[in-house]
Design a protein around this ligand. Sequence first.
Ligand code: ADP
Ligand code: MG
Ligand code: ZN
Length: 471
Amino acid sequence: MAEYEIVSGLETHVELSTKTKIFCSCTTQFGSEPNTHCCPICIGLPGVMPKLNREVVHYAIKAGLATNCTINPIAKMDRKNYVYPDLPKAYQISQYDKPLCSNGYIQLKNGRKIRILRIHIEEDAGKLVHEHGDTFVDYNRGGVPLIEIVTEPDIRSIDEAIEYVEKLQLIMKYIGVSDCKMQEGSLRCDVNISVRPKGSEKLGTRTEIKNMNSFTFMQKAMQYEFDRQTDIIESGGEVVQETLRFNTDTGETSSMRSKEDAHDYRYFREPDLVTIETPSELVEQIRAELPELPDSKIERYVNDYGISETDAAIIVKYRKVAEFFDATVKGLKKPKGASNMIISQIFKHLSTDEQKETFDLKFTPEMFRELLELVEANKINSNLAKSTLDKMIETGKAVRELIDEKDLQGISEDDLKKICEDVVAQNQVAVNDYHNGKEAAFKSLVGGVMKATRGKADARLATEILKSLVD
Ligand code: ADP
Ligand code: MG
Ligand code: ZN
């Protein structure tokens, strides 16, 4: 059997977190009573005039710049016509042949670049709610601004697809244009997928799985579709180009519509809106306002702070954690101490993704830095530092309130070195045993140091020093 590979391109919808909708002044707030955030414009009453929210354009430009796109100096809005109850005007105002941003990319860990064909702005549709055997419509979401980010078919595995979306999500959160909550629908993905024999250059016929709103479902749907298409090709059949939905109960995809009954959207220019002109000065102004992006942060942590790439990625994965870390390490000699403490200690108390995401601590970065400075100055050992941090997490109290002055008389590195030398000199038997391969003998040396310092020494540092003395 030939080996097959996945070819995939994604169309990702990201809801922008502007205060108001794209063409009216209704709020974009999520989770309110149905049909309370509506006005004649966003429910499409006849005769109303849309007015483009400038903030939407700025947000989309930010998104474009953060994903290496070109911002097109001239863009326009178009009507995409289709009839469905979630769309009261019977057309969606979107962008067809002149999108705001083009030709960007997102780079994956393996170095591959997933090219972004375009990013355009458009309005979201309302939401259909199926309840008690009826269908209701909630237009609160109608007119909420969206960007649609379309990739080239550059994705070659399910893992790459997930990584791409995760990375896109993180970038959008960093630049603050969206909260990208998949479970609330503020990030939704249409997954286009085809298969072909490995090594082949030709694209196979694709199907499109609509509206994936969780990574788990996305993973399952792609696997199902890969297997299904591979089976068809293996048995000499042909994949039919169609639009699919993923049934989360059965784990299968099923057809929504085939290519033959694909919509003809009869795109035409939106006559009620003017051309969007973006002067290069505006683009440069927005570029200058962009925050440091996740990739540069990771690079900086690794190169400047000597933090491992894995740890750097863990810190950067949550914007608020990275911001807290950045504020903490200002002036610290060993920023690595901060990342270690966050990952090993603080995250123990914040076990869920959501908790890490909100990173709601009772103490400030400055208070955290105070603790780390005591460790750096060898005034407290790492055990005491850890237990103190635990108390800070619980109480929000400052280090000085939690540690007795007498506990702060830590042992300097020089003093500790002397003590270690004494212990080695007085325990030659143990040293010999260690040289003869008895690991336990080394532990007794560490024990000796701890005893001599009445537990105040930093065991890890003592181990390091002892090793340098006996190895
Ligand atoms: P449409 O607008 O009808 O959805 P597009 O040509 O714009 O179609 O393609 C939409 C998405 O499908 C893009 O992300 C593109 O990368 C992806 N795509 C196109 N051809 C293939 C293919 N053969 N296999 C996988 N993905 C594809
Ligand atoms: Mg499509
Ligand atoms: Zn409105």
